[in-house]
Design a protein around this ligand. Sequence first.
Ligand code: F3S
Length: 754
Amino acid sequence: MAFDIEMIEKVYATMAERVDAARELVGRPLTLSEKILYSHLWEGLPSQAFIRGKDYVDFAPDRVACQDATAQMALLQFMHAGKSKVAVPTTVHCDHLIQAKVGAKTDLQVANTQSKEVFDFLSSVSNKYGIGFWKPGSGIIHQIVLENYAFPGGMMIGTDSHTVNAGGLGMLAIGVGGADAVDVMAGMSWELKFPKLIGVKLTGKLNGWTAPKDVILKVADILTVKGGTGAIVEYFGEGAQSMSCTGKGTICNMGAEIGATTSTFGYDDSMRRYLTATGRQDVVNAADKVASYLTADSEVYANPEEYFDQLIEINLSELEPHINGPFTPDRGTPVSKMKAEAEANGWPIKIEWGLIGSCTNSSYEDMTRAASIVEQAVAHGITPKAEFGINPGSEQIRYTIERDGIIATFEKMGTKVFTNACGPCIGQWDRAGADKEEKNTIVHSFNRNFSKRADGNPNTHAFVTSPEMVAALAISGRLDFNPLTDTLLNDKGEAVKLNPPHGEELPNKGFDVEDPGFQAPAEDGSSVEVAVSPTSDRLQLLAPFEAWDGKNITGAKLLIKAFGKCTTDHISMAGPWLRYRGHLDNISNNMLIGAVNAFNQETNKVKNQISGGYDAVPSVARAYKAAGIPSVVIGDHNYGEGSSREHAAMEPRFLGVKAVLVKSFARIHETNLKKQGMLGLTFANESDYDKVQEDDTINFLDLTAFAPGKPLTLEFVHADGSKDIILANHTYNEGQIEWFKAGSALNLIAAGKA
Ligand code: F3S
């Protein structure tokens, strides 16, 4: 469990030299993001500075973290890489597979029974290959990383899009697909397009009801779910300095909701305090020696418009609490405007549930601030109108808040304490009555609120807000309640106005935990057996994908033309499907079942061009595959936004889809398609999307000349025999084209050619 101080000192030992050389190369002061990027190059400095948003660069991350849902496929792939041990410190965290229903104790027992074979697989494979294993109940990956492993100036990757949370401790932490993690675990470099930089200057100071959460809810409102794509968001200014480290973590965490590559903050006192409180004085001592390299050069923050591609300024003193949603985290509504918005849009006013915790908002500060609201309600005799639940981010947090009486406070209002795990945040919520699909409203302090995300009910209107606002709204039971101005009636019929929340940044008595739930790996794992039952419906050893035959793809059928938003949840749904994350054949039965067919506006109903009838997307794909017919998926903007799950790329690959042609991609998904040997393409002319018809047959005309920077030409043959020639752009470089040719990146690694 112990953080790797030697590795951290090694990173710092070369940091000054690398950053100074990079500054000379670039010829100007450097942002923090550039310092971390340039000090983690796989090879030495290039002859010219990298061009942001253009150059592909190989990096050497310091750590890897995987969660249980994505780790299964990543580690099944790693087993094929021919290595005896992971090349960089790696941890696996069991957090996604635990359902929230009754409460922590029972729910954990149920998960340990239901997912035993998966947890046993992850435990044994971790033990064998030198990976730290965090057992079910130990907590949520990003909270544990922040508490134990994140360090200023470091670079890590994780198989979860909220890996970005570690930016709260001044890291560049980036969510990737399992295939990228496998590369790094196998001792390879990790490739990323050199990101653009968005600066967010925070002036003023948070006060009253406003919390760090509101900063990112405001940023999401400004930038939208696409606005951060391909960029690192770097926060700075007096407002950043005055905020807690865990508050910074919340802001960075939800950088995933704007599509940002990652987000980060410069090293400061809040990080020193947090590192010290979590037992890492050694890291503080080491970081202090290179402190000037762990933040931007002073000129950058003095004249940010010269150094960032985009600049946003937010005055924290004037920022209002926000409530974002429903159905998308970038629909921001300041609390003062919610009443009018809710009425105008017909959102259910009555709140059924308030949920706090998750990897996003599980800090001691969050819990104490929310508890301060509950305490007031209890003291004034106000009966809470909605149900209330908590998913603590880690056993350390849970143990500490229990010791300090905070859980007891929550329990005074009947709060359910769920397992230290993702639970409702990933659809693992067995919510009573959700199957009736009634229109209803919930509020939570998680990060995502896409349709069906929490309870599987498409009519649940989920709104994202800070933990203290969740507490106030849940107590009032109304979405239009504004705690800054409104009063609540207590059991004597008196009007009571809640005071603004207050809390402790860090526990006065320090953090504590009895059993953190960590399993260290065997020193020598060579004799450790990794058992995967051939009859398991949860785990399946992988067979390599076939290599490209060197010919143009011809006679491909349109599988689906997806309309509008198509996130990785639409492509490979979570919730009940999480149980098949280690079984490619079985999980492929969820492929694109959430995507809307542009021709009939229905989900999971597409035309089978062989039979002429309509069927579920996976069934039609399997029919084409069985007939030896390749297929193609068409998509809209920001296709694949959401999570890093490579299942969204592996499933179509497994079911015979050869290409995904869209208006634009979310970065991680595009890379995942490439890794799995798929063609991820974008319309050179967006309006060509409209030319695609339901009965189309697609021929590639020049795939044999596939080369970097050269568009591909596709012929769409329509049912009436007419044709459209469509140009498709791509971002494959030489190495990525080799992945395509080999059938997948892993095929190249296993062959020792990558
Ligand atoms: Fe888990 Fe939700 Fe975070 S799924 S990792 S708690 S974003």
